[in-house]
Design a protein around this ligand. Structure first.
Ligand code: ATP
Length: 319
């Protein structure tokens, strides 16, 4: 069979649209007929599977999100619905699938492959950068740039108005976004779930900095830490003596014009994913590290916990 499909599953990220564009172009270059599956695994079950062509991906490279939609699907967890999904793919003679998503989506696909032989390659896509086996997930760079712009803007007002700002990033239990943002934005405080902290240890040093002329503080905290951001702000007011404000960046981090790096990574991930399927890789995830691109098993990617880069953690310990 020469038909191949792509779907987005779980949280959307900026970089999915550039990936869809290259998927169509690279499939056609390789003599494959590309299909889009709309709304993730839900669309597989509901047969929202349509042939894709150049005109469907014209003008999308600069758009965040995904033009084919993403979803979570409770039904796909059940065997009878996976059977329906398989029949829908069979009717279109599709037996290769690219899946942009996270470890949950890859686990679902592994099961689907084992039951029905639909070959797939996963492309790690989440701004949290918390998938084991890959040092980069699609969407991370755009999210970091959104955070950078926000912190730069906050710094303008913080500098004019002697305040402490607590800026909360996404990341679930992974502190990657907060840590990289703190290092690149000159923050005074960074709190992430991977590192125990005791605010008391900062009190003397922060008060001394104020006595020496410091007018404001920027704290970047990850959503997964043990306290609410409002508690950190209260600490600044009560213990450091500075008026404080909280900014929760929330879903702004998931959108926006995909950066050059995410466009390039989308291009490379898709190229390797299609090459892998053409090269008879049946069930893998294309991962990226300093060594380059590698195909990894679902077991390695989805069943083991990620670990935050030790070099980055080392910088935080010296903060
Ligand atoms: P993100 O974490 O960015 O949201 P994810 O791919 O990890 O991405 P999940 O919500 O964990 O997101 O999974 C996406 C979908 O994958 C689920 O809604 C479900 O349809 C399917 N899925 C997850 N785990 C399984 C499983 N064990 N068996 C079958 N399907 C699964």
């Amino acid at each position: 069979m020469k038909n191949i499909a792509i779907l987005c599953s779980g949280g959307d990220v900026s970089g999915m649209n550039p990936a869809l564009k290259h998927f169509v172009e690279y499939s056609l270059q390789n003599g494959l007929t590309p299909y889009f599956v709309y709304d993730g695994f839900e669309g597989l079950i509901d047969n929202k599977i349509y042939k894709a062509a150049h005109q469907h991906v014209a003008g999308i490279i600069n758009r965040g999100g995904t033009i084919i939609g993403s979803a979570r699907s409770k039904r796909f967890m059940e065997r009878e619905f996976r059977e329906i999904a398989k029949n829908n793919l069979d009717a279109l003679r599709i037996n290769m699938l690219l899946v942009l998503g996270g470890d949950g989506s890859f686990r679902g696909m592994e099961l689907f492959y084992k039951e029905h032989g639909i070959r797939f390659c996963g492309i790690p896509s989440t701004i949290d950068n918390d998938i084991n086996g890959t040092q980069y997930c699609l969407g991370v760079d755009t999210a970091l740039n959104v955070i950078k712009d926000s912190i730069d803007n906050i710094r303008d007002t913080a500098a004019s108005f002697s305040r402490a700002f607590v800026i909360e990033t996404m990341g679930r239990n992974c502190g990657y976004l907060a840590l990289v943002s703190a290092l690149c934005s000159g923050a005074e405080l960074c709190l992430i779930p991977e590192i125990e902290y005791d605010l008391k240890e900062y009190e003397e040093s922060f008060k001394e900095q104020i006595r020496s002329g410091r007018k404001y503080f920027i704290a970047v905290v990850s959503e997964g830490i043990k306290e609410e951001s409002s508690e950190i702000a209260k600490w600044f007011e009560q213990k450091i003596g500075l008026e404080s404000r909280v900014t929760i960046l929330g879903h702004t981090q998931r959108g926006g014009n995909p950066t050059i790096y995410d466009r390039l990574m989308a291009y490379k991930f898709v190229t390797h994913a299609i090459d892998g399927l053409l090269d008879d890789k049946n069930e893998s995830v294309i991962c990226y590290s300093k060594k380059g691109f590698e195909y990894k098993s679902i077991d390695e990617v989805a069943n083991k916990k990620y670990e935050l880069d030790s070099e980055l953690l080392g910088y935080l310990k010296r903060f």
